[in-house]
Write a protein that binds this ligand. Structure first.
Ligand code: NAD
Length: 501
């Protein structure tokens, strides 16, 4: 059956490759029990790319069983950290060799500019895997003296079978952020990609197999959230669940995870503020603000979608920002080299963003620029970079995550008001501060309720730096050394060296 579980594809950029389409369980690509499929759509021309197998609850059982057997098997259990790290280094090397194909699939399926897939997504995948590969033999505990005859030592043990549910905005990157620390710490995994972008991770699965990970250590099952995702989150055989996606789904997952008190880490939504103080370099602030909200067509959980500008420079900033949008947003086919702005990933998101444009107008905000679909060659889910001014904090466009190239600009008078406005959100993922005043910048950074703050920058993300949310933006941290904590548990062993009773 393996022969018919792959397709030969030619991408819009001419790249030819074979793509496996099965569920990846026990190092084999298999059919789904139910026969369900996911059909993937190219958001640029709205045409079908191909169909892949979609897991049902029974398939999730098989994947979890495979991960459990692998976790208990000596091949993995007894493998040294150094050897685990080597496998991960080899995987990173192989991804580097196949970088162009992987970037091609990512852009074809998701719509993000090919230049970004090549210069942002794939390098981040490779770096993250190497970073955690290096940690695989550096995960150890402490020795704690108690008395002359007693001491304790701690061991950092893996959690077991980890379910990982990821979104469609950075399919391979999110897979690497989740797999890297999980594997370094010696866990086994069932990864469920988003149904909107099921393709690149299948090619990735093939590389994993080639590298020689023992069977069942990583299982990759495409499937729909309501079915496969739900089945994973509520599975009794899963020890941990890690999720990136919407806050609403995150809450659902926590509820499902309570069935057996799974360890839960969540990275959910945001409505991140970007603050521009009157002494800031306005030109630079406008450029970074553009990167902050328009990169990846606004489909970034830390997108700086609320721009707060000190009153005295508000109008100048709005004008400057409009200019920057005009010169920096190159809307077009994502495979054209200078395109910076491709389509939204799905029709659903496209419709959702346009409904926010209507909501903004309806609530009385001013559409300063954009707000319209802008198809390329008459097709695709393209939306113009969109900015609203005259926005009140009570409006839906100020409060809700849009997840598109869509932001609001709001004036503030004082530092105190800026902080209050910035923190007036159920979210707390990212925040940017623009000012030349050192004291003010760091003071504001310390008062803002967010897991990441950028000073005179925005959207910097680095595999060495912990990432995650305050408030309803998440639980736990990914990346950096902190990222290991999400995939280990501490065992304390008390030793009596001769205290006799
Ligand atoms: P979502 O949260 O519903 O989906 C993310 C992942 O969760 C997918 O793999 C999906 O299959 C899975 N899932 C969905 N329902 C599930 C359930 N009940 N149990 C288990 N898994 C489930 O996100 P979406 O519907 O693709 O997008 C909706 C909104 O989420 C967007 O408009 C955006 O605001 C936000 N979003 C945020 C991020 C982020 O990185 N923070 C990423 C994508 C989307």
């Amino acid at each position: 059956t393996l022969a018919n579980l792959k397709v030969d594809l030619t991408a819009p950029n001419g790249k030819q490759f074979a793509l496996p389409t099965g569920l990846f369980i026990n190092n084999k690509f298999v059919k789904s029990t139910s026969g369900n499929k996911i059909t993937s759509i190219n958001p640029t021309d709205e045409r079908e790319i191909c169909s892949v197998e979609a897991a049902c609850a029974e398939d999730i059982d098989k994947a979890v069983d495979a991960a459990r057997a692998a976790f208990d098997h000596e091949t993995w259990k007894d493998m040294s950290g150094t050897e685990r790290g080597l496998l991960m280094f080899r995987l990173a090397d192989l991804i580097e060799q196949h970088k162009e194909v992987l970037a091609t699939i990512e852009t074809w399926d998701n719509g993000k500019p090919f230049a970004d897939s090549m210069s942002i997504d794939l390098p981040d995948v490779i770096n993250t895997l190497r970073y955690y590969a290096g940690y695989a033999d550096k995960i150890h505990g402490q020795t704690i003296p108690i008395s002359n005859r007693k001491f304790a030592y701690t061991l950092r043990r893996p959690l077991g079978v980890c379910a990982q549910i990821i979104p469609w905005n950075y399919p391979l990157m999110m897979a690497a952020w989740k797999l890297g620390p999980a594997l370094a710490c010696g866990n086994t995994v069932v990864l469920k990609p988003a149904e909107q972008t099921p393709l690149s991770v299948l090619y990735f699965a093939n590389l994993l197999r080639e590298v020689g990970f023992p069977s069942g250590v990583v299982n990759i099952v495409n499937g729909y959230g309501k079915e496969a995702g739900q089945a994973l989150a509520s599975h009794m055989g899963v020890d941990k669940i890690a999720f990136t996606g919407s806050t609403a789904t995150g809450k659902q997952i926590m509820k499902s995870a309570s069935i057996n008190l799974k360890n839960v880490t969540l990275e959910t939504g945001g409505k991140s503020p970007l603050l521009v103080f009157s002494d800031a370099d306005i030109e630079q602030a406008a450029v970074w603000a553009h990167i902050g909200i328009m990169s990846n067509m606004g489909q970034i959980c830390t997108a700086t979608s609320r721009i707060l500008v000190q009153e005295s420079v508000h109008d100048a900033f709005v004008e400057q920002f409009r200019q920057v949008i005009k010169s920096m947003s190159k809307i077009g086919d994502p495979f054209v080299p200078d395109t910076s702005h491709g389509p939204q990933a799905t029709k659903e998101q496209y419709d959702r963003i346009l409904s926010f444009v209507e909501s903004g107008k309806f609530e009385g905000a001013t559409l300063a620029t954009g707000g319209e679909p802008c198809p390329v060659n008459g097709k695709g889910y393209f939306i113009e970079p969109t900015v609203f001014t005259n926005v009140k904090a009570s409006m839906k466009i100020y409060r809700d995550e849009v997840f598109g190239p869509f932001c609001v600009i709001v004036p503030f008078k004082t530092e105190e008001e800026a902080i209050a406005l910035a923190n007036d959100s159920m979210y707390g993922l990212g925040a940017a501060v623009f000012s030349k005043n050192l004291e003010l910048s760091h003071r504001v950074a310390s008062h803002i309720e967010a897991g990441t703050v950028w000073i005179n920058s925005s959207q910097d993300s680095d595999f060495r730096v912990p990432f995650g949310g305050y408030k309803q933006s998440g639980i736990g941290r990914e990346l950096g050394e902190d990222g290991l904590a999400a995939y280990t548990q501490t065992k304390a062993v008390h030793v009596n060296m001769g205290t006799r009773l």
